[in-house]
Design a protein around this ligand. Structure first.
Ligand code: ZN
Length: 479
């Protein structure tokens, strides 16, 4: 099945390529015609074409579209949540884009500089050959000649020439080589040798410019584009998953999710396991909604999910990650095991039945959450909270306290998100502790000691945690 974001990525890629032509035209004119320093020429070209700004908005548009696609809604502007950190790197979108732009620039510059270096060496070698034998003075010893010619061969082979140019150049090289080999023991130059060297020099000079132009094209259309597409893919895939979870996590008709490989899935990897192993007893490739691996699993991962309805599920969910993984690994060939576990891991697993999770590439126990999931009051009510501070009270007139770390059982959200009641200090909480004001909740719960049941209230935010615990009242337990 094609990835649901394939079209979105194609559009972005197409846009990149048309902008790339402008960058290439500018860069060639600055480098080849104006002989500008390469770094300066690339910076000027990127700046004048506004490539950075352009690609930034192209990636942002792709993210917004991918989210909408995953969420099954009409296209929306990029939501602020999607600019926030989410993946393990902890970077915000703007920081990632900035890093990518530096990488794109560097990819262009180093590709061109490599070519320039190759060309420079070839030109020096060809000139040395020509000058050395044209002047009639032996500046190069005969034994060294093949090395000089080899420099030119290196240049021809490593540069990206169209076939015609490549063969024409190689003919010149062979001719020079032949003439060199015919040199007498004293190495007296003759007319044929001089001509061969002259032609070689001319050909290298002429093709060096062409080689640099080709390098600029390759640098922008391939090397830099690879980096550009990588961030578009990764972030769009992530946003698609945000949209998908946003759409289905709260949908009670949906029981689980099925892992789907993209038809463009390029390598055999952990995603094949996610799609085919029965890790939760629900069937191959099926995950409980809150146990789905986070997408993308690896760079360029275009896997996706589809909803599984209650009627499709026969068995109860059970954690059989290791056993399910073992079964899947048993169904593979040795080669396939190497691909997912590495050579060492495959051997450890085959011979000593090692836990595959120690070796599986890109394995993570982390599960997906939408950056846009709406916290319901249930999330906190279902959990247990340990209090972050000591709470004092009077026990028969004496000062007593509940120690820090005591467990409180949340009972109800009485204000803020998930309740009908306005949380008056929401703005202050957001200022003091972080998080969005509208996401803060006031919660009541109980702490039970040997003697008392304490009614406690505090403030909760899904990311920030729990703060400002207070004892409201307490009653003696009935024995
Ligand atoms: Zn994948």
């Amino acid at each position: 099945m094609a990835s649901p974001i394939q079209k979105i990525l194609q559009e972005a890629s197409f846009a990149y390529m048309s902008k790339a032509q402008i960058v290439i035209r500018l860069a060639i004119s600055y480098i080849v015609e104006d002989h500008m320093d390469t770094e300066e020429a690339i910076d000027k070209s990127l700046q004048e074409s506004q490539m950075d700004l352009f690609w930034e908005s192209a990636v942002e548009a792709a993210i917004a579209k991918a989210f909408a696609k995953g969420a099954g809604i009409a296209t929306i502007p990029l939501l602020p949540e999607l600019r926030e950190a989410w993946d393990p790197s902890g970077m915000k979108l703007s920081e990632k884009l900035h890093g990518t732009q530096k990488e794109m620039r560097q990819a262009i510059i180093s590709t061109i500089q490599q070519q320039q270096k190759l060309g420079k060496h070839a030109m020096q070698a060809a000139r040395a050959l020509y000058d050395g034998y044209n002047s009639g003075v032996h500046v190069i010893r005969k034994q060294e000649l093949p090395q000089y010619i080899q420099q030119v061969v290196h240049f021809v082979r490593r540069s990206e020439f169209p076939d015609d140019d490549y063969y024409a150049l190689m003919r010149r090289v062979r001719r020079a080589k032949r003439q060199t080999e015919r040199l007498g023991t004293h190495g007296a130059p003759n007319r044929a040798l001089k001509t061969a060297y002259k032609q070689l020099l001319n050909a290298v000079e002429k093709n060096n410019t062409k080689a640099i132009e080709n390098a600029v094209k390759t640098a922008v259309e391939e090397k830099s584009r690879y980096v550009a597409e990588r961030i578009a893919r990764t972030e769009a895939a992530r946003a698609w998953a945000d949209g998908f979870h946003y759409r289905y996590d709260g949908d009670t008709d949906v029981a689980a999710y099925r892992w789907k490989l993209s038809s463009r899935h390029p390598h055999f990897d952990i995603c094949d396991m996610y799609a085919h192993a029965n890790l939760w007893g629900l069937g191959p490739g099926i995950f409980p909604k809150d146990k789905t691996p986070a997408l993308p699993v690896h760079p360029h991962c275009l896997c996706h999910l589809s909803p599984v309805y209650h009627s499709e599920i026969k068995n109860k969910q059970t954690n059989r990650i290791r056993a399910g993984g073992d079964e899947w690994l048993e169904s593979l060939s040795h080669m396939e095991r190497y691909k997912v576990l590495g050579i060492q891991g495959a051997e450890k697993w085959e011979r000593h039945h090692a836990d595959w999770r120690r070796y599986m590439r890109n394995w993570s126990a982390e599960t997906a959450k939408s950056r846009l999931s709406i916290t319901t009051q249930d999330d906190i009510i279902k959990s247990e909270v340990s209090i972050g501070q000591q709470l004092s009270y009077k026990d028969e007139g004496q000062n007593a306290f509940i120690p820090e770390g005591a467990i409180v059982k949340p009972k109800k959200v009485i204000a803020g998100l998930g309740s009908d009641c306005n949380l008056r200090i929401a703005d202050k909480l957001a200022t003091d502790y972080g998080g969005m004001a509208k996401e803060w909740q006031k919660v009541v719960g109980t702490i039970t000691s040997d003697q008392y049941i304490f009614d406690v209230h505090w403030y909760h935010h899904k990311e920030v945690g729990n703060v400002l615990f207070k004892i409201k009242s307490y009653t003696e337990r009935r024995k």
